[in-house]
Structures are given as C-alpha cells and as structure tokens.
Design a protein around this ligand. Structure first.
Ligand SMILES: C[S@@+](CC[C@H](N)C(=O)[O-])C[C@H]1O[C@@H](n2cnc3c(N)ncnc32)[C@H](O)[C@@H]1O
Length: 354
C-alpha cells in the first residue's frame, strides 16, 4: 500500500482521516489546469527529432504546441536560455522560420547546437556564457522571445529578470531543480515583491522536497531504492549497537556495486569503508528484518511529508510568475505536459503588454 500511495496519494481511502483531509486540501490548493495548446504542426518535419531522446523530444513538442498560439507578432528571434544543445530553440526556429540565439555555459553543447541548427536549416548562433556571471545584455533586444526548458532554480529567475529588463516581447519558462539557489544563497530568494513580503524561508531541505518525486523512475529503480533503504537502516541498527550512540550515521552515496551485495557483505563492506564498528556477534537475517521494518515506518511517515511536495512546487512557480505580473506583463501559469513526461511540468508564459 505504501508503494501505491507514494505514486498516488489518492489511490486508497484506507488511511487515517487526517491524511485524507490534508490530501484533499493539497488537491484544492494545487489544482492548476493545462495550458491551452494547438496540434503539433510539424508532422512533415519528422527529422526535427533527430538525435533527441524521446522523452526530451516530447517535452519540446509540448512546449512548442503550448507557446505557438501565444507567439507575439513582434517576436523576431528566439532566445533559448541555458539551451543545452538548443533542441527547444531549434525546433521553434524551424516551426516559425525564425533565427535562434542559444545562451549556454558549456562550449561543447554550443558547438553541437550550432551544427544541429545548420543541419536543419535553422539560422542559429550560440553564445557560450554563464548567464549568472557574464553580461549577456548585449545579446538581448525587444524583438526577441525568450524560452527556457528546465532552467534550474535561479537560472529561471535570471531569464525572467532579463526579459523584463530588456523589454522582450514574451518569455516562457519551465523551471526545475528549485534547490539551485546559486552559490551564495542558503534559502530560496523570492523574485516577486509578494514573495518577499510573505517572508517564507525555504531552505535546501524544503526546496529539495519540492522536486522529490519519483514519477520518471522505473519500477526497477524504485525497487533498488527500497532495498537500499532496508539495507542502510539495517546497517544503522548494528552501528548504533556497536558504538552505543543513538544517532543515524550518514552513509552518503553507495560506491558502485555495494548495493548489490548480500546484506551481510553489504554491512562488512560499509563498516570497512566508513570505519564504523559492527557488534562482535550479530544475526544478518534478524537485523535485515528489523531494517525492513524501520524502512517501512520511515516510508509511511514520508507519505505525509510528500503531500507537501506539490504545494511547495506550485508556490515556487507562481512566485516567479507573480514577478512578471507585478511588472505589468500578461502572465499565465499552467501544466504544459503530462507529469509522466516530466514531473517539472509547470510553465510560466508572460507577454509584454508595453
Ligand atoms: C537541465 S539542462 C536544460 C537544457 C535544455 N534547456 C533542455 O531542456 O534540454 C540545463 C542547462 O543549463 C546550462 N547551465 C547551467 N548553468 C548555467 C549558467 N549559469 N549559464 C548558462 N547555462 C547554464 C547547463 O549547462 C545545461 O545545459
């Protein structure tokens, strides 16, 4: 049952009343509908998906079909913010027959992006730049529309700020990795006046919770993660007994292959690697059973915690959108694709009304 509720908290009603109440509250506070979209127009241009992983391609298609009906008349160039290889910008460029400017920190990705654009007859230029450190202002102008697919944390802040500062025609962004707040910050830095006034401190732990869903993990990956938790908590029982310290000893990431060992070997290996003692005598079967029970309780408690995931994410996205609205931009927030394609499926679209 815990497995099923982890994937969908609504799947079962045989849960405590409080859980039902919170779950319903969450649903009503996070009900964000789909963005209107058009049919995919590029069916003849099947080659556009060349060398793009399937799930990324489907995200790009969903982004394009959402943005196309909102495309402003004056939008003459597409800026792909933190473009990677520029799949989104290039595809929009091909569909709209417009040039693309990719801004990306990694030079090799810029080179690939440029050659892919050339191959598809899309007029493109890629600028290798760190959008948080370098001055990208000379590349921005009011004839542009800026897009960002999975612009991590404050990278989406910088996109929205630059779009306003340079009076761009429109901007569309799908934020992700909300915990990326830049190297100097320890909490989420609200972008909007409303967000700042609310004074809601969101630290790394809460920001990570906002993206802690497993929708895109395979059943095998989920099984492996469960097993790893059983093993870790079983090992922890032994370490507590051997050290006499009643606290969890963090293990960090497991070295390759250690998670596949039988439980007893796993414990010996981790004890050696972490230089943590084991009791002189212990029973692997009984210890593993106790670890499994602790993991079951921990996962049960995490079900309550995970109810707060989507509200946090909605807050973080709406907060950024409010910044645009405060600048007088026509602003929309909506779901641009099914969460099975990407759990980060909330899009902000802003159109400059000035
Ligand atoms: C999650 S990927 C998204 C790439 C692309 N938009 C996509 O959806 O396929 C984030 C990209 O942002 C780039 N990036 C990260 N920090 C950056 C920065 N400070 N300036 C420019 N690009 C950055 C990374 O190199 C990476 O290509």
């Amino acid at each position: 049952m815990v497995d099923a509720i982890e994937l969908d908290p609504f799947v079962c009603d045989d849960v405590p009343q409080e859980f039902v109440r919170w779950r319903d509250d969450v649903a009503s506070h996070t009900a964000i509908g789909p963005m209107p979209s058009v049919e995919w127009p590029g069916s003849r241009r099947y080659q556009l998906s060349w060398k793009i992983q399937q799930h990324k391609w489907r995200q790009v298609q969903a982004f394009c079909t959402t943005l196309l009906p909102l495309w402003p008349k004056g939008g003459e160039e597409i800026v792909d913010w933190c473009s990677g290889k520029g799949h989104l910008g290039r595809t929009l460029g091909a569909l709209l027959e417009l040039p693309v400017l990719g801004l990306e920190r990694q030079a090799p990705l810029c080179r690939v992006g440029l050659s892919m654009a050339e191959r598809q007859d899309v007029k493109g230029r890629f600028v290798t730049a760190d959008v948080l450190q370098d001055d990208v202002s000379p590349h921005l102008n009011p004839e542009q529309v800026a897009v960002g697919l999975h612009a991590c944390g404050v990278l989406s802040h910088s996109l929205l700020q630059k779009a306003v500062e340079h009076n761009l025609q429109a901007v569309a962004v799908v934020p992700c990795c909300h915990h990326f707040v830049g190297s100097d910050a320890t909490e989420y830095p609200p972008l909007s006046q409303a967000g700042r006034e609310l004074g809601m401190p969101l630290d790394d732990r809460l920001l990570r919770l906002s993206i802690a869903d497993e929708v895109r993990s395979t059943a095998l990956e989920r099984r492996q993660r469960r097993k790893e938790l059983d093993f870790r908590l079983g090992f922890d029982i032994l370490v507590r007994e051997a050290t006499g310290e009643d606290r969890y000893h963090s293990m960090g990431n497991l070295p390759l292959g250690v998670g596949e060992l039988p439980f007893a070997d796993f414990c010996y290996k981790m004890s050696e690697l972490l230089e943590l003692p084991l009791p002189p005598r212990w029973n692997p079967t009984r210890t593993l059973a106790a670890g499994i029970e602790r993991a079951r309780l921990a996962r049960g408690r995490a079900l309550v915690r995970s109810l707060f995931r989507r509200p946090l994410e909605v807050w973080l996205v709406v907060e950024r959108a409010l910044f645009l609205a405060e600048q007088g931009w026509d602003t929309q927030v909506g779901v641009f694709c099914d969460s099975s394609l990407t759990p980060r499926n909330l899009m902000i679209v802003g159109r400059n009304l000035s």
